[in-house]
Design a binder for this molecule. Structure first.
Ligand SMILES: NC(=O)c1ccc[n+]([C@@H]2O[C@H](COP(=O)([O-])OP(=O)(O)OC[C@H]3O[C@@H](n4cnc5c(N)ncnc54)[C@H](OP(=O)(O)O)[C@@H]3O)[C@@H](O)[C@H]2O)c1
Length: 276
């Protein structure tokens, strides 16, 4: 954290993800004087945070009335908004900053074409639990990034939860399909269980399902056993779990469906990267 207190942060686009990062910076006691936000639209929750912490938000860097030299800049606009967001004044403003882009599908080579004056580009992908500091993030550093800069970026992105690294940028498409979309798969499973429990007449289905999930996760964390081991330990021969698993694990069952779904998402991620 010592590293981060010395940095000056610029956030370009404080929507879902940018706001999550901003909130984490504030929660981690980074002074608002060290944060600048460029955002077109000030949502009520951003407005609330701005007035509570006296944050500086501008619509465009040209409107900035004081000197601010960002050392680390997060690009968190939608892929189709990126080109419009970066004009020559912003490019110049960022020329000495590390750039961390979480823009889906934008490769380091694409970003280098946009930020021509800048040398330090980092591409990362995360997921929505980042908004509760429980994100899973994958980082890919441009080869020229130095080790002290990497430390700063690791500290910065750790604010969102767990960090992981890859040297192979292509893996980001797989990450997006498995972990970026992952929360949606889990929400679908939870939603399905709630509907089934509702049909059985339970009055507290949502809490019961959430407790079952949370309890199972805690078992996995505490006992450090594999999911396969824990699954087998609740499956007795000829019992109810075994009867259900026979359906879920047959060749058209859940495992096959999840693999098929993720393959489709990987393919889509590659298509979107090319189209961007
Ligand atoms: N949500 C996720 O789970 C997730 C996970 C990983 C990565 N990402 C990536 O993170 C990026 C942001 O996603 P998000 O869900 O946070 O999107 P979002 O909620 O739409 O946030 C983007 C924000 O940037 C603003 N903006 C657009 N153009 C701007 C400009 N020229 N200058 C300043 N602000 C500008 C947008 O304003 P307007 O609404 O007025 O356009 C919006 O408030 C995307 O590239 C996405 O691919 C998202």
């Amino acid at each position: 954290m010592i590293n981060l207190k010395k940095q000056k942060f610029l956030i370009i686009g404080a929507g879902n993800m940018g706001y999550a990062v901003l909130n984490s910076l504030i929660e981690n006691k980074i002074s608002s004087k060290k944060i600048l936000i460029i955002e077109k639209k000030i949502t009520p929750k951003l407005k609330k945070l701005k007035s509570k912490h006296n944050l500086k938000i501008v619509k465009n860097v040209r409107l900035l009335k004081y000197k601010f030299v960002p050392s680390i800049s997060l690009i968190s606009v939608k892929p189709n908004q990126l080109n419009a967001a970066v004009d020559s004044s912003l490019e110049k403003f960022l020329s000495n900053s590390l750039i961390v882009s979480i823009v889906a599908g934008k490769k380091i080579s694409d970003l280098k074409k946009i930020f021509t004056l800048n040398k330090g580009i980092v591409r990362a992908m995360t997921n929505t639990p980042a908004s509760v500091n429980m994100g899973t993030t994958l980082i890919c550093f441009d080869k020229i990034i130095k080790s002290d800069q990497k430390k700063i970026v690791r500290n910065f992105l750790s604010l969102l939860g767990q960090i992981n690294e890859t040297k192979n940028e292509k893996v980001i498409d797989d990450f997006t399909a498995i972990f970026g979309s992952g929360p949606a798969y889990i929400f679908l499973f939870i939603e399905t269980l709630i509907k089934i429990a509702d049909k059985s007449g339970f009055k507290n289905s949502k809490n019961m399902v959430l407790q079952t999930f949370l309890g199972s996760l805690l078992l996995l964390f505490n006992e450090k056993d594999s999911p396969t081991h824990l699954k087998n330990s609740v499956t007795s021969k000829g019992g109810t779990t075994e009867a259900a698993l026979k359906i879920l694990e047959n060749k058209n069952g859940l495992s096959t469906l999840i693999s098929k779904a993720i393959d489709k998402a990987k393919k889509r991620s590659r298509e979107l990267s090319k189209a961007n």
